[in-house]
Design a protein around this ligand. Structure first.
Ligand code: CA2
Length: 154
């Protein structure tokens, strides 16, 4: 990254995350996805980063979005929703991506059903933040900002 242009972080959300705020606030928190996006925008500004925030219910579309992230973004934050536990296609797309990936989940996966304990995404991620509800996205932005800073200084 050169000059005054700031780096863009892609924040990709998977299936059903558009429903946030409406049901299961005890598991996922009461914030809507739009409110989480607003906190991310606010926090990213303080870090000197731009964000591109999106959501898809479609596995193939998520693969396309991850492939497109190879150009034009400096890092990826992903909450792949239920595809976390099922999708080798999303894992393969993430493994092909050169930019750093941070995985986020609203809920603490390890306090939930055993099928949520395994994540394909984790195999391609620098790290995972789970259990902090919407705040996890802000923590992931801090983690990526540090990774990018270290990379630029190397
Ligand atoms: O904790 C997370 O962030 C999850 O990625 C959320 C996924 C779930 O399948 C993962 O195991 C963990 C589901 C998101 C569904 O969100 C809803 C929100 C409100 C009402 C219904 C679903």
């Amino acid at each position: 990254m050169t000059g005054t242009m700031s780096a863009t972080i892609l924040i990709l959300n998977g299936p059903n995350l558009n429903l946030l705020g409406s049901r299961e606030p005890d598991v996922y928190g009461s914030e809507t996805l739009a409110e989480i996006e607003a906190s991310c925008r606010d926090h990213a500004k303080g870090l000197g980063l731009e964000i591109d925030f999106c959501q898809s219910n479609d596995e193939g579309e998520m693969v396309n979005i991850i492939q497109e992230a190879q150009t034009g973004c400096a890092g990826l934050i992903i909450n792949a929703g239920a595809f976390t536990h099922t999708s080798v296609a999303i894992l393969d797309a993430l493994l092909a991506l050169e930019q750093p990936v941070v995985e986020v989940h609203l809920s603490n996966l390890f306090q939930r059903e055993s099928f949520r304990h395994h994540s394909f995404v984790s195999q391609a991620a620098r790290g995972m933040i789970c259990g902090f509800r919407g705040q996890g996205y802000v923590l992931a932005l801090d983690a990526l900002a540090r990774i990018l800073k270290d990379k630029n200084e190397a």
